[in-house]
Design a protein around this ligand. Structure first.
Ligand code: AGP
Length: 612
C-alpha cells in the first residue's frame, strides 16, 4: 500500500511527481503530497483525497519557477493516523530540512517517538513515519546518506522510503528498502524512484529493483546502490518490456473494463512459448529444477483474495491431472499455524503483484522449513519472484484496476499449464490426453472473446440488479472458487453484500436467506455435478429466489428454470472456471458503475497489500 515517487533532473518536477502519483494511485488514495527542494528551499504541498486535488493545489501554489530539479511524492493508504492533511506524507523534522515519504510500517515507532520527544523533538502527526525525519535530523552531521543509514538502524518494521533534504552540497534523493518495493528508473541526465514500474514507463524502461537492505543515492547523473554494510552494489539496469500505453485506459471508462477486455490477449501471452509444436507443454526450463517437481509428494499453494481463489482452482487442476495431493492455505493463516512442510514438498505462492505481505511471509516460512518455492506472479522482478526458486510469470501486463481480473484468468491458465507439465513429468496421463488439454487451452482466448462480445447483454442484466443489496453465488466442484471470486468482485467494487458458497452447503444455513429479494447467481456448466447443481436451482426457485444462471451454450433445460441465463461456450470442465469468470467480472463491473462507485479505486482498498 502507498505509492512513492521521486524525481531529479531537468523536467518540471511537480509535473513528473503528480504524473507518477496518478499512475500509482491504485496503491492507496486517502491523501497525497509532494516535497520539492527549490534551489535549496523546501516546499511541501499536501492534500486529503485524490491526486487531482493535489494537482489543483500545486497549480494554485505554483511551487517552482521551472528551474527546480528534485522532489518526492506520496499517495497514502492510511495505517497509523487517520487520513488528514496533517498525516499526509512527506513528513518533516523539527527544522524543516529533512523530508520523508514512506510505504510500510515502523513497528517500534512509539518507543522511538518517546525517545525523540525526550530529546526535545516536537511531533506534528499521528503517523509512525514521522519518527524517520526526526531520527535523520538527530543523526545528521553533513552526510544525508549516513544519517538515513543510522536512522534505519534504529527502526523495526518494513519500509520503502525516499528522503530529500535542503542540506548538503547539491540535490539528491536517498531511497531505501526493507520489504515494500522500490525501483530506480535510469534516464539520461535525470533519474527516478518509484514504488512500481507504471510510474516510470513514460520516461524510462531501464530500471534497477532495490533489494531488501539496500539504499540508493540518486542524483541527476548517477545512481549508487549500496547494501546494508555500505558496500557498493554494481547492478546493471534491467529493461522492462511493458510500454507506457499498456498502463493507459485507451478509451475505456475504467481500467477494470479495459483489463476485462484484455483477457484474450493476456491468456494468449500466458500460453505463448509454453506449448510445443506437438501440443505438449514446455514449462520445464522455467521451473529450473523439474526433477524436484517430478518427485514431489505433496504440494501446498498459498495466496490472498483473488489469488487464493486461483489457488483453489489450481488444486482441482493439479490433483485431477497430475494426481499429487494439494493443500491450499490462506497465506495470512499459514505462517501462524506452524505448518508441516514435508520433505520433497513444493510450495507455490500465487500473487499478481508479488508484493502481498502475507503471501511473502508464508513463502518465507515454507523456505525456512525446506520447501522448494515456485511463484506464479505477474510483476517481473517483484519480491515474490526474487525469493522463489522458480517463477511462472503470467504475462498479463500491468493491472491497474484494484479489482483483479486479467491477473486471475492468467493465473488459472498458468496453473493449468503447470498441472499438465506435472502430469507429463510424472507420467500420470497419456500423451494424447495432454495434447487434448493443450488444444483446449489454445481455444480459450477465442472463447473468452465470444463472451466479451456479449458485453452489452451483461450490462443490461446488471442494470436490472443494481439496486439489490444482497447476492448469493453458488457452484460446485472446480467452479466453487469462481462463485467466491464472483462474490468478491461484486462486493469489493459495488459495496453490495455478496457471498460465495459451495452449492451443497446451501441447505446448511444460507437457504434461510432466500426470498424474492435475494438474487442467486448459480454457476451450472454441464459437468459431472450439473444434476446436483440443478437441484439447488429448484430449491432456490421454490422459495421465490431469483436465479441468474451461468450455463453451457445449448442448455435449454436451465433456461426454463432460471430467471436469467447467461451462456458460456461449451468447453471441458477444467476450462469452465476461466470462462465462467468473465460474465461475473462484467456483471460486477456494470452494477458498480451504475451505482456510481469508483470502480478502479474502491473505498478502503489498495491494489497491493504490503502490510499484514
Ligand atoms: C481482488 O480483486 C483484490 N485485488 C485482492 O483480493 C488481491 O487479489 C489480493 O490482495 C492479492 O493480491 P496479489 O495477487 O497481488 O498478491
Amino acid at each position: 500500500m502507498c505509492g512513492i515517487v521521486g524525481y531529479i533532473g531537468n523536467r518540471e518536477v511537480s509535473g513528473v511527481l503528480v504524473d507518477g502519483l496518478k499512475r500509482l494511485e491504485y496503491r492507496g488514495y486517502d491523501s497525497c503530497g509532494v516535497a520539492i527542494i527549490d534551489e535549496g528551499r523546501p516546499k511541501v504541498i499536501r492534500s486529503v483525497g485524490r491526486i487531482g486535488e493535489l494537482e489543483e493545489k500545486i497549480r494554485q501554489t505554483n511551487p517552482t519557477d521551472g528551474s527546480v530539479k528534485c522532489g518526492i511524492g506520496h499517495t497514502r493508504w492510511a495505517t497509523h493516523g487517520r487520513p488528514s492533511e496533517t498525516n499526509s506524507h512527506p513528513h518533516r523534522d523539527c527544522t524543516g530540512r529533512f523530508y520523508v515519504a514512506h510505504n510500510g510500517i515502523i513497528e517500534n515507532y512509539l518507543y522511538l517517538k518517546h525517545r525523540l520527544m525526550g530529546e526535545g523533538h516536537a511531533f506534528a502527526t499521528e503517523t509512525d513515519t514521522e519518527v524517520l525525519p526526526h531520527l535523520i535530523e538527530s543523526y545528521y552531521a553533513g552526510d544525508l546518506e549516513e544519517a538515513v543509514r543510522r536512522a534505519l538502524a534504529d527502526v523495526e518494521g518494513v519500509y520503502g522510503i525516499v528522503v530529500v533534504s535542503s542540506e548538503g552540497d547539491g540535490p539528491k534523493i536517498v531511497a531505501a528498502r526493507n520489504g515494500p518495493p522500490l525501483v530506480v528508473g535510469m534516464g539520461s541526465g535525470e533519474n527516478f524512484v518509484a514504488s512500481d514500474v507504471p510510474a516510470l514507463l513514460p520516461y524510462t524502461r531501464n530500471v534497477v529493483f532495490l533489494q531488501d537492505g539496500e539504499m540508493a543515492v540518486v542524483s541527476s547523473d548517477s545512481v549508487q546502490v549500496r547494501n546494508s554494510h555500505g558496500e557498493c552494489m554494481c547492478r546493471p539496469a534491467e529493461t522492462i518490456s511493458w510500454t507506457a500505453e499498456m498502463a493507459e485506459k485507451e478509451g475505456y471508462a475504467h481500467f477494470m473494463l479495459k483489463e476485462i477486455h484484455e483477457q484474450p490477449r493476456a491468456v494468449r501471452d500466458t500460453l505463448r512459448g509454453r506449448i510445443g509444436a506437438n501440443d505438449t507443454v514446455t514449462l520445464s526450463p522455467e521451473l529450473h529444477n523439474p526433477e524436484i517437481l517430478a518427485g514431489v509428494e505433496r504440494l501446498q499453494i498459498v495466496g490472498m483474495g483473488t489469488s487464493l481463489h486461483a489457488a483453489q482452482v489450481g488444486k482441482f487442476l493439479i490433483e485431477s491431472l497430475a494426481r499429487v495431493p494439494v493443500e491450499i492455505d490462506n497465506a495470512s493463516e499459514f505462517r501462524y499455524r506452524d505448518p508441516i512442510i514435508a520433505p520433497r514438498s513444493l510450495l507455490i505462492g500465487i500473487t499478481q503483484s508479488g508484493e502481498t505481505a502475507d503471501t511473502l511471509a508464508a513463502m518465507k516460512e515454507a523456505r525456512e522449513k525446506g520447501a522448494y518455492l515456485l511463484s506464479i506472479c505477474n510483476v517481473v522482478g517483484s519480491q515474490a519472484a526474487r525469493q522463489s526458486d522458480a517463477v511462472l510469470y503470467t504475462h498479463a501486463g500491468p493491472e491497474i484496476g484494484v479489482a483483479s481480473t486479467k491477473a486471475f484468468t492468467t493465473q488459472l491458465t498458468a496453473l493449468y499449464l503447470l498441472a499438465l507439465e506435472l502430469a507429463q513429468l510424472r507420467g500420470t496421463m497419456p500423451e494424447y490426453e495432454i495434447q487434448r488439454h493443450v488444444r483446449q487451452l489454445r481455444d480459450v482466448p477465442d472463447q473468452i472473446q465470444k463472451i466479451l462480445d456479449q458485453d452489452q447483454a451483461i450490462a443490461e442484466l446488471g442494470a436490472g440488479f443494481s439496486q439489490y443489496s444482497d447476492f448469493l453465488y453458488l457452484a460446485r466442484g472446480i467452479n466453487y472458487p469462481i462463485a467466491m471470486e464472483g462474490a468478491l468482485k461484486l462486493k469489493e467494487i459495488s459495496y453490495i453484500h455478496a457471498e460465495g458458497y459451495a452449492a451443497g452447503e446451501m441447505k446448511h444455513g444460507p437457504i434461510a436467506l432466500i426470498d424474492s429479494e435475494m438474487p442467486v447467481v448459480v454457476l451450472a456448466p454441464q459437468d459431472a455435478v450439473y444434476r446436483k447443481t440443478m437441484g439447488n436451482v429448484e430449491e432456490v426457485k421454490v422459495r421465490d429466489g431469483i436465479v441468474i444462471a451461468v450455463a453451457t451454450e445449448g442448455d435449454r433445460e436451465i433456461s426454463q428454470k432460471a430467471d436469467y441465463t447467461f451462456y458460456i461456450p461449451d468447453a471441458d470442465p477444467l476450462v469452465n472456471p476461466i470462462l465462467s469468470t468473465i460474465p461475473l467480472q462484467l456483471f460486477a463491473y456494470y452494477i458498480a458503475s451504475l451505482r456510481g462507485c469508483d470502480v478502479d479505486k474502491p473505498r478502503n482498498l489498495a491494489k497491493s497489500v504490503t502490510v499484514e
